[in-house]
Design a binder for this molecule. Structure first.
Ligand code: SF4
Length: 125
């Protein structure tokens, strides 16, 4: 699917504004890697970019590797926006979030938080 154009702040906002915020989102249901794209698109819509990056990074059976192996075939083919004009560029949005989080080293803080949570869970046992 079309994911060749990179996003900037404006085009990312424009693209996610096209999302219909579907109930029981077909894009998420269609994803074989369980990346739940509707969740990170919704986070962007509500100006929670950090939350979107966290979701894009943490969800999915292969986590960050999803974007490297995914062709966007399932989510974008299932996208209901295609009935109006074009599907949401889900794969490109996912790539943008993951690579941006890598560039901004957001993952380091995610990992630190996960480590603290795990330590607390172990202490509680
Ligand atoms: S199917 Fe398309 S329009 Fe619906 S939530 Fe997913 S990305 Fe948005």
């Amino acid at each position: 699917m079309a994911s060749e154009k990179k996003f900037n702040e404006m085009t990312l906002t424009e693209e996610t504004a096209r999302c219909l915020l579907c109930y029981d989102a077909p894009c998420s249901k269609a994803c074989p890697l369980k990346a739940y794209p509707a969740d990170f698109i919704r986070s962007i819509r509500f100006k929670n970019l950090r939350g979107a990056m966290e979701t894009a990074y943490k969800k999915g059976e292969y986590s960050v590797n999803c974007v490297k192996i995914c062709e966007g075939n399932y989510c974008e083919r299932a996208c209901l926006r295609a009935k109006i004009d074009e599907p949401i560029r889900v794969k490109a949005i996912h790539e943008h979030l993951v690579y941006r989080a890598e560039a901004e080293e957001v993952f380091k803080s995610f990992r630190a938080i996960e480590k603290i949570k795990k330590e607390k869970e172990e202490d509680a046992i």
